[in-house]
Design a protein around this ligand. Structure first.
Ligand SMILES: Nc1ncnc2c1ncn2[C@@H]1O[C@H](COP(=O)(O)OP(=O)(O)OP(=O)(O)O)[C@@H](O)[C@H]1O
Ligand SMILES: [Mg+2]
Length: 373
């Protein structure tokens, strides 16, 4: 398949020399079982590359299991990765499959591998070398036939120097290393990405967009894009929604670029203009929605940092997980309630106090989640 067809099929946008080289490597190594390490700043598209590697492989009919190694608390990571036997620790009431078992015959994507604790790194090395692992609390080895793709935005060589990452694992992982450069080092990709993002967003949301003036284009092309493609995507979507699809000038665009926003930038303030009341109202509602989305994403991050929030295949089937290995908000809420009830031996008043919700809300949630005995 030629490079462009491959890019279209796998949704990899970019025509810079750097992206061309990356796509060539992806096409070459996808059909093999070689371990691939993808490195690059946050938002450059590491996950896009990982998906393409899986989807273009002979394993594409099987699962791609994504594990965010940075989001799993240290004490749980081994049982999440390798599974555990019943009774191996206090809360292990039944045995459970780990991601390596779930991903058998498919691909496992170890995202943020730089965050893996040293003690777990030895075990990862062993699976990589022999396919062997042991469930927590078990003394027999099992094997799993998985292809491993790893990603990180850390400089692993530096982590090795700092003794935070095992050199043997580092060398094993980087047999093929795909380095995705930041967007500011491949600016030719910006117009193509914008075209794609605009078309995609307008067709999904029925918003038309009249484009940018020359000075706006210049600002976009010269901006540093510290958040890379993710920041570009968010900026484009916000601009299209909040500016009602009209043609945007330089001043309009600046408002949406992080580095142009002073520390006190307040996007909640209505813009003074001669708009009709109806237009101004609509704008306020859009702004509130975009802010609300931001707040929800922040909340999600906070929750992800504090909870064992990884899901297994049964949870995906039951609709409790979004299929990316993260739990849905509903499921996180359900777990918090179950835990609070457990800790308080079923006493709803105490559990409600601990959760900082009213007893009545707790009753409603218990019913809603079918937690009643
Ligand atoms: N080359 C690309 N073509 C199309 N979309 C892209 C490309 N690169 C990134 N994107 C889009 O940008 C967003 C961020 O990409 P992605 O999640 O792959 O980044 P990442 O490198 O994994 O970031 P992080 O380190 O924060 O996890 C996604 O919405 C993705 O679809
Ligand atoms: Mg990612």
């Amino acid at each position: 398949m030629d490079r462009e067809a491959f890019q279209r099929e796998h949704g990899i946008i970019g025509r810079s020399l750097e992206m061309q080289e990356i796509v060539d490597v992806v096409q070459q190594v996808a059909p093999t079982d070689i371990t691939v390490l993808i490195t690059g700043e946050s938002g450059v598209g590491k996950e896009v590359i990982a998906r393409a590697l899986h989807n273009a492989s002979k394993r594409s009919k099987k699962q791609l299991v994504t594990v965010n190694c940075g989001a799993i608390p240290e004490g749980l990571i081994e049982s999440e990765l390798f599974g555990h036997e019943k009774g191996s620790f206090t809360s292990a009431v039944e045995s459970r499959k780990g991601y390596f078992e779930i991903a058998d015959e498919g691909t496992i994507f170890l995202d943020e591998i730089g965050e893996t604790p040293l003690s777990t790194q030895v075990k990862l090395l062993r699976v990589l070398e022999s396919g062997e692992f042991m469930k927590v609390g078990s003394s027999t080895s099992r094997t799993s036939n998985v292809r491993v793709i790893a990603a990180t935005n850390k400089d692993l060589q530096y982590e090795v120097q700092q003794k935070k990452f095992r050199p043997d694992l580092y060398f094993r992982l980087r047999s093929v290393n795909i380095v995705v450069p930041p967007l500011r080092n491949r600016r030719e990709d910006i117009p193509l990405l914008i075209e794609h993002l605009v078309n995609d967003f307008s067709s999904r949301n029925g918003i038309r967009f009249e484009g940018f003036t020359d000075d706006a284009t210049e600002i976009i092309m010269n901006y540093r894009w510290p958040g890379n493609v993710r920041e570009l995507k968010n900026a484009i979507e916000s601009m299209m929604v909040l500016e009602n699809g009209r043609r945007l000038r330089g001043d309009d665009v600046r408002k949406y670029l992080k580095e142009y926003q002073g520390p006190v930038a307040d996007r909640n303030l209505p813009v003074v203009s001669n708009k009709t009341v109806e237009q101004a109202e609509r704008e306020l509602i859009y702004r509130a929605l975009v802010d609300l989305k931001g707040t929800i994403l922040e909340l999600r991050d906070v929750i992800l940092q504090g909870l064992p929030v990884h899901a297994d295949a049964t949870e995906v089937k039951a609709g409790r997980s979004n299929g990316n290995g993260t739990l849905t908000l509903d499921e996180m809420e359900r777990r918090m309630i179950v835990n609070a009830l457990d800790r308080n031996k079923g006493n709803r008043r105490l559990a409600a106090t601990e959760l900082n919700i009213s007893e009545r809300t707790l009753y409603r949630k218990i019913k809603e989640f079918g937690l009643q005995e």
